[in-house]
Design a binder for this molecule. Structure first.
Ligand SMILES: [Zn+2]
Length: 95
């Protein structure tokens, strides 16, 4: 049981066996400002952030387990599409 549950944000659930594979790519340089709308809890080595900027939204994931953090991003898409992808990641239907 978690002693300090209030300190935790949302976690991405474990991946389902048939989880959709996201085409992660290297972060693109962006001229506009990026807003982090949502992010998962810091207690995991792998965190996800829902980013918005320039009228689009995408998911950024950071794997902090290797010596140098690995950052990947999903393809920028309309806000609603990105939100749907975010929900899939949260319930383990995409990874
Ligand atoms: Zn946590």
């Amino acid at each position: 049981m978690d002693i300090y549950p209030d300190f935790h944000g949302p976690h991405a659930d474990g991946h389902q066996p048939d989880a959709e594979a996201i085409a992660w790519q290297h972060p693109a340089p962006r001229s506009h400002s990026v807003r982090i709308v949502r992010r998962t809890c810091d207690c995991r080595e792998e965190i996800y952030e829902f980013c918005a900027g320039g009228g689009l939204a995408w998911i950024r994931t950071t794997d902090r387990s290797p010596s140098a953090p690995v950052v990947r991003e999903s393809h920028p898409s309309p806000y609603g599409d990105a939100l749907e992808l975010w929900r899939k990641i949260m319930n383990g239907a995409a990874r």
